[in-house]
Write a protein that binds this ligand. Structure first.
Ligand code: AMP
Ligand code: FE
Ligand code: FE
Ligand code: ZN
Length: 274
């Protein structure tokens, strides 16, 4: 039987609940042969996963998930097969993380102005990986008794347009694709969802996009087929995965359910060497 690949998984280095090693072991148990760790703005978990993968017979491909700004919307771009030790890649990710810390401080300042006494340290306690984000602030708000639930923290304070919301600085799609390409990787539009405008698609392809994430829990089988058609029409590559967050998003049963075949990964490799 052909191997199964899940090329979208998060660990404690971003917003997943499991360490890279735990993710590899879970992947093995779910019958996966190839995985990619795609932490948000981080490549820090990859070496550990490769090691554990070797011991467990799971192939681990270097990956990451970056956010880009398209006309004020946030789109996600996945990178695979980068040299995750590339100096300028590591420096750029370091700059993203510093910018996230500054933003977290600005959110805390806004909360303080709303008479909510919270310190950045209360937030950083909950950060397991490299990047601090609104989920950590929401957890801190609940923990310190300022919100009844995680969701309420977003609804009252942190969600888009709410009083403590702060924008994140984002690269353009082109800059994001370049960062991936320059470190030797292939770039994929992550979970495009309901539809993709032709304008965005052509802009991304002109910017050097290599493929689309066709298989994803947010896509029905019909939608996946639609994107597979686009992939074929524009000579792009197909990717897919579970977007597993280690149970953080009630996603335990998704593991092993959202996969692409190992031959899709072979096609990616051929694109790399050509
Ligand atoms: P950040 O990158 O810091 O802006 O945080 C983005 C993350 O916050 C998303 O991936 C979600 O997990 C979470 N999030 C954003 N908006 C909401 C919302 N309205 N309700 C619950 N979670 C949210
Ligand atoms: Fe995530
Ligand atoms: Fe995403
Ligand atoms: Zn993701």
């Amino acid at each position: 039987m052909e191997g199964k690949a899940d090329l979208h998984m998060h660990t404690t280095y971003s917003d997943g609940a499991r360490t890279p090693s735990e993710v590899v072991v879970s992947a093995k148990q779910a019958g996966l042969d190839i995985i990619s760790l795609t932490d948000h703005d981080s490549v820090s978990g990859i070496d550990e996963a490769i090691e554990t993968g070797k011991a467990n017979g799971v192939e681990v491909i270097a990956g990451m998930e970056l956010s880009a700004n398209y006309n004020g919307f946030e789109i996600h771009i996945l990178g695979y097969f980068m040299n995750h030790r590339d100096k300028s890649l590591v420096e750029s990710l370091g700059a993203f993380q510093a910018a996230r810390r500054e933003r977290a401080q600005r959110i805390v300042d806004k909360l303080n102005k709303l008479n909510i006494p919270l310190d950045l340290d209360d937030v950083l306690e909950h950060v397991t990986g490299d990047s601090v984000g609104r989920p950590h602030i929401a957890t801190a708000l609940v923990n310190e008794g300022h919100a009844a639930s995680y969701q309420q923290a977003f609804n009252k304070y942190l969600g888009d347009g709410r009083p403590a919301y702060e924008r994140k600085h984002h690269f353009s799609p082109e800059e994001t694709i370049q960062l991936i390409t320059q470190s030797g990787g292939l770039s994929f539009l992550a979970h495009p969802g309901r539809s993709i405008s032709e304008e965005l698609l052509l802009r991304l392809i002109n910017g050097g996009l290599d493929g689309i994430e066709v298989v994803h829990p947010a896509h029905t089988p019909e939608l996946a087929n639609y994107y597979r058609g686009i992939v074929n029409e524009y000579f792009l590559l197909e990717s897919g995965g579970s977007d597993f967050h280690g149970g953080n998003k009630n996603d335990n049963e998704t593991l092993g359910q959202y996969t692409i075949s190992a031959s899709c990964v072979d096609v990616m490799r051929r694109r790399l060497v050509s």
